[in-house]
Design a protein around this ligand. Structure first.
Ligand code: NBP
Length: 475
């Protein structure tokens, strides 16, 4: 037994991570349900480092030094449970099973408890960065017992992306916390993509830009505050010309977005935790609306009302869109970090938001210059009530606010959908409101259900005798 790590599940992600380990000098035992994948990997990339080819789970486990470390990279859900069970039967107390797939965090909590009962260490690790990140350095979010991180951490940190000498990997917290933060990461990714999409739509439909012109704007934006992987690849996608038609590729792609589910999970969890993640929710719903192809086909030609004038000062409106995107992005991240704080409190995870901002600076899909500012904000005040209240972001929004409102108004007047821009602005207005209509809601609830209300001028709960003499009683 001489492999320091084993990887089972050698599809795109698993094979690239296995190669990443091997390139960092680790001996890697390889296993896949169908042996053809193992052989294909060895044939194409066997020269990347020291691999041990195995066929059966028993052979695979026997190839590993103790305590054994196995990384599972198979499809999330039932396949992951099946593989865990097979491994657990072949492994010994003290061994470590790492699930690097996109597991639902509640599954990870359940699996960790089941493995702990058998004396095995189970680490649910969120891994972001896609295919390229897996090979060259992903962001890794491992949860699970702290003791297993002692033996595992250095290995994971060495294959992770590095930013300013800091690895994009740290122990997140107990049981399902790693997969929970990976889930919220993906939710933020949805929101960020939707916001970029709304900006693109405004350039196309409000300013009449073609794909190439819009690509140039995103390329330009990628040199400033908005510098990020998603803005960078947006320019690349918009610049791509379709070989078949000679048109911009984006113009021949069907406008129906698909989803694998992590955005939806984020929103479901946020509903349970009572955290308004409006940016992420609008992004999930916008994908769903785009995919309602039958309804959309039937709805073509519905009344638009009288549309407003298109903006004439192109440079001014371009900058306004940039400001709206930046401010909305701050809101989306603020909401995601609120959800992380709520999850941490709910499950007693003691998560550190500043650590997450630090490890998301590289490797992952939402990597962005902006995360340095988030890291600094939490360093300055680890108990920040909302990211929006950090001085840097507060000022950024103050600068952007007029443009942000203007973009939402213009979009509305032109009949261009901007669900995430608009709901982020409404969230911001709700957050800063002196008084919300919730007072009326409480009155209504007391009227029909005797649900009681609090008063602004006295302690305790009150109820008005609505069907009696309408006097107030203490509840
Ligand atoms: P897939 O999610 O497509 O899974 C394919 C792998 O699962 C193959 O190795 C397959 O073995 C194995 N597998 C299946 Br399916 N059912 C199995 C079973 N019952 N028993 C044993 N093995 C089984 O691979 P992927 O796209 O590389 O992703 C791997 C994990 O990483 C997933 O959980 C994914 O959500 C996550 N992830 C993916 C990305 C990404 O960018 N793709 C990013 C971050 C995380 P076979 O070869 O024998 O069919």
């Amino acid at each position: 037994a001489r492999a320091q790590i084993g990887v089972t599940g050698l599809a795109v992600m698993g094979s690239n991570i296995a190669r990443n380990f091997a390139r960092h000098g680790y001996t890697v035992a390889l296993h896949n349900r169908s042996i053809a994948k193992t052989d294909a990997l060895l044939e194409a990339h066997g020269g990347d480092g020291d691999f041990i080819r195995t066929e059966t789970v028993e052979e695979f486990v026997a190839a590993l030094e103790k305590p054994r470390r196995v990384l599972i990279m198979v499809k999330a859900g039932d396949p992951t449970d099946a593989v865990i069970e097979e491994l657990a039967n072949a492994m010994e107390p003290g061994d470590i099973i790492i699930d690097g797939g996109n597991a639902l965090y509640t599954d990870t909590i359940r699996r960790e408890a089941a493995m702990a009962a058998r004396g095995l260490n189970f680490v649910g690790a969120g891994i972001s960065g896609g295919e390229e990140g897996a090979l060259n350095g992903p962001a890794i979010m491992p949860g699970g017992p702290k003791e297993s991180y002692e033996s595992l951490g250095p290995m994971l940190e060495s294959i992770a992306a590095q930013v300013d000498g800091t690895p994009c990997c740290t122990h997140i917290g107990p049981d399902g916390s790693g997969h929970f933060v990976k889930m919220v990461h993906n939710g933020i990714e949805y929101a960020d993509m939707q916001l970029i999409g709304e900006a693109y739509n405004l350039f196309r439909d409000a300013l009449g830009f073609d794909a190439k012109q819009i690509a140039d704007v995103f390329t330009q934006w990628n040199t400033g505050d908005l510098e990020s992987y998603l803005v960078e690849i947006t320019a690349e996608v918009l610049n791509q010309v379709d070989a078949k038609t000679g048109k911009p590729l984006v113009d021949v792609i069907v406008d129906a977005a698909e989803q694998k589910g992590t955005g939806r999970w984020t929103v479901k969890s946020a509903l349970d935790l009572g955290i308004p993640v409006t940016g992420i929710a609008e992004a999930v719903f916008a994908r769903a609306l785009s995919g309602s192809r039958t309804q959309r086909a039937a709805a073509k030609g519905l009344a638009s009302g009288v549309l407003g004038e298109k903006p004439t000062d192109v440079a001014e409106f371009t900058e306004a869109i940039r400001q709206a995107l930046y401010a909305s992005k701050i809101v989306a991240y603020a909401q995601g970090f609120d959800q992380i704080a709520a999850g941490s409190a709910e499950y007693d995870w003691d998560l550190h938001p500043g650590d997450l901002a630090t490890i998301w600076r590289g490797g992952c899909i939402i990597r962005a210059r902006f995360l340095n500012r988030i890291k600094e904000a939490y360093e300055a005040d680890p108990t920040l009530p909302s990211l929006i209240l950090a001085p840097y972001f507060r000022e950024a929004i103050e600068q952007a606010i007029d443009s942000w409102r203007r973009v939402v108004v213009v979009a509305t007047q032109l009949g261009i959908p901007v669900p995430a821009f608009a709901s982020s602005l409404s969230y911001y207005d709700g957050l800063r409101a002196e008084r919300l209509p919730a007072a009326l809601t409480q009155g209504q609830r007391d009227f029909f259900g005797a649900h009681t209300y609090e008063r602004i001028d006295a302690e305790g709960k009150y109820h008005t005798l609505w069907s009696g003499d309408r006097s107030e009683v203490s509840a």
